[in-house]
Design a protein around this ligand. Structure first.
Ligand SMILES: [Zn+2]
Length: 354
């Protein structure tokens, strides 16, 4: 197979064997960065394809495949938050981010919404209630499904309760617990697999990643996310951050906050969360998950930190992460996160100074 990731082949075969295997609504759930969206797009493309291969992969050269690749297939809709569509527009050259620019409501200079709103679901009714242009399926891909607000979810629910003929809904999510239970129960739920370590490393090597094991660990074992960790700038920034916070007395929170104030804050908080995860994990199990090369530094830090303070700080990062999308002042936001961390590791620091 050319376009299906090796760890998805079994799911692919199961879902492409018959229409009954898919039902009228699929919920593809699984970890971030395992290729759920790519899979969903490939599935839609193959169902539209006029000359699919023996493995039911899309041919890539028939008129339907052409329309699909250009984002103009008349029987297909991608529903995603405006903010995500805007992002995909900026990166149209990027493979696989072939999002349909379909601004449902032009809102002037208002910030693009991070939610899927009810108007977007209502706008589907034309597609849903007309017969398909090509005498086949109509497919609606909703991504990420948890971005639907309550009104949108309820509007979708009506469609799922009375499924229109020859229509397939594909919902993609890495947070299925955030969906309405009634939506979940109306879908065929598919657990999208995470590849085992050897498979993921072999695949990353094929993609030209220099140090697959380290990238993979840093990305929480999600192979597509690990590709991002192969980006030299990103990797360097991440390594510098970890090196600093991993060295007691080795960083100045004020200076580091200033250096990082232009970076993506949710990413920075996520780095800190993974770091604290490893500190906690090492303390309880003697193992780390994300920062294998930093094992010695983690070991020495953990021996000095008050475990209750560490647990409290880790918990506080959950609300820090929530605030990271809308900070009033990025520099102060980072200062607060880093100062608290500096106080946490202060015992280790003072010992080092002695
Ligand atoms: Zn085709």
């Amino acid at each position: 197979m050319n376009n299906i990731y090796v760890w998805q082949v079994a799911v692919w075969r199961m879902l492409t064997q018959s229409q009954a295997a898919r039902g009228h609504a699929l919920l593809l759930k699984g970890r971030k960065g395992v290729g759920k969206l790519v899979f969903a797009r490939n599935l839609a493309k193959s169902l539209f394809c006029e000359r699919p291969s023996a493995d039911t992969e899309a041919c890539g050269s028939c008129p339907s495949c052409g329309w699909f690749e250009q984002g103009g297939h008349p029987d297909f809709r991608l529903v995603e938050p405006e903010a995500l569509a805007a992002l995909a527009d900026e990166a149209t050259t990027e493979a696989g981010s072939n999002a349909e620019p379909e601004p449902v409501s032009a809102k002037g200079k208002k910030k693009p919404s991070k939610q899927i709103v009810v108007e977007q679901i209502r706008a589907l009714s034309d597609l849903v209630h007309m017969s398909s242009h090509r005498n086949g399926y109509k497919i609606i891909l909703i991504h990420p499904a948890e971005a639907m607000n309550l009104a949108a979810a309820n509007a979708l629910l009506k469609n799922l309760e009375e499924p229109p003929p020859q229509t397939l809904f594909i919902l993609v999510t890495h947070r299925p617990q955030d969906l309405l239970p009634t939506i979940r129960s109306r879908c065929r739920q598919i657990a999208m697999p995470t590849p085992d370590l050897a498979t993921a490393i072999a695949w990353l090597e094929q993609q030209g990643v220099k140090d697959p094991a380290t990238s993979l660990a840093a990305a929480g074992y999600a192979p597509l996310a690990a590709l991002e960790f192969d980006d030299a700038d990103y990797l360097a920034q991440h390594a510098a951050f970890i090196r600093q916070i991993g060295t007691p007395g080795g960083f100045n929170p004020i200076v580091l906050a200033e250096e990082m104030q232009k970076s993506d804050l949710p990413t920075a908080v996520n780095w800190m969360q993974k770091w604290c995860y490893d500190l906690m994990s090492f303390r309880t199990t003697g193992k780390v998950r994300y920062h294998l090369p930093m094992l010695a530094a983690i070991k020495s830090l953990v021996s000095e930190i008050d475990p209750r303070a560490l647990a409290a700080y880790s918990r506080s990062l959950v609300s820090t992460q929530r605030l990271a999308r809308h900070p009033l002042n990025p520099r102060l936001f980072l200062e607060e996160m880093l100062l608290s961390y500096a106080m946490l590791i202060a015992p280790a620091r003072s010992k080092r100074i002695d």
